[in-house]
Ligand binder design. Structure first.
Ligand SMILES: [Zn+2]
Length: 201
């Protein structure tokens, strides 16, 4: 197995070499030898100049790269970015944000967010990146629910006591202006401390 870079700097240097990217990927994806993603044949001929394999069976997609059949397949983003981002996700114990990937790889934060989203999807993690990043974000609260005047008197009394004297449910929404992500959350009340705690979360 090819050597695992130990630091981010090593990873960036290592994955800047296309041969390293491919061998790193092949070692992990096909530890028993490269297999055609379409038919499973294991004697495809490697075309080093283009980093692709040519399957010996005639079928559509007989030429394939290491990206085929992975979350990277339909993306024009280079293997160097993908592999370094994956390295960051798997090696940074405290989690990695799209802002860090953006800065480290010299790609836009939007692209970095897309990479992380795909990688986490492949790893079965939900994207748990905290919102906010370094840019501004907007917070607003609103009340949703039925019109109290049309509610049954007992139901209305229940809701009044549950939500701090209001018949509607307080919902807080946050918009991250940079990543354009929106998150909404039911909050127990709209007291300043409650909202501040939710924002810090
Ligand atoms: Zn094949």
């Amino acid at each position: 197995m090819s050597t695992e870079p130990k630091t981010l700097q090593q990873a960036i240097i290592y994955f800047s070499n296309p041969h390293n990217c491919v061998s790193y990927l092949v070692d992990r994806r096909w530890p028993n030898g490269v297999a055609c993603p379409t038919c499973g044949r294991t004697d495809a001929a490697y075309v080093p100049a283009r980093h692709v394999w040519q399957c010996k069976t005639r079928h559509p997609k007989s030429q394939f790269s290491a990206k085929v059949g992975t979350v990277m397949e339909d993306s024009p983003i280079g293997l160097d970015k993908w592999m370094t981002a994956m390295w960051m996700v798997t090696n940074c114990k405290n989690g990695v944000s799209s802002w860090e990937v953006h800065r480290s790889l010299g790609i836009t934060q939007k692209t970095a967010w897309f990479l992380l989203h795909r990688i986490r999807l492949a790893m079965g993690q939900d994207h748990s990146e905290p919102m906010g990043g370094e840019g501004p974000f907007k917070v607003a609260e609103t009340f949703v629910g039925p019109d109290p005047r049309k509610m049954h008197v007992r139901k209305r009394a229940e809701r009044y006591s549950k939500f701090g004297g209001r018949p509607k449910t307080p919902v807080m929404g946050m918009l991250d202006r940079d990543s354009r992500q929106v998150r909404a959350k039911v909050v127990p009340c709209v007291k300043r401390e409650t909202l501040q705690n939710a924002i810090l979360d």
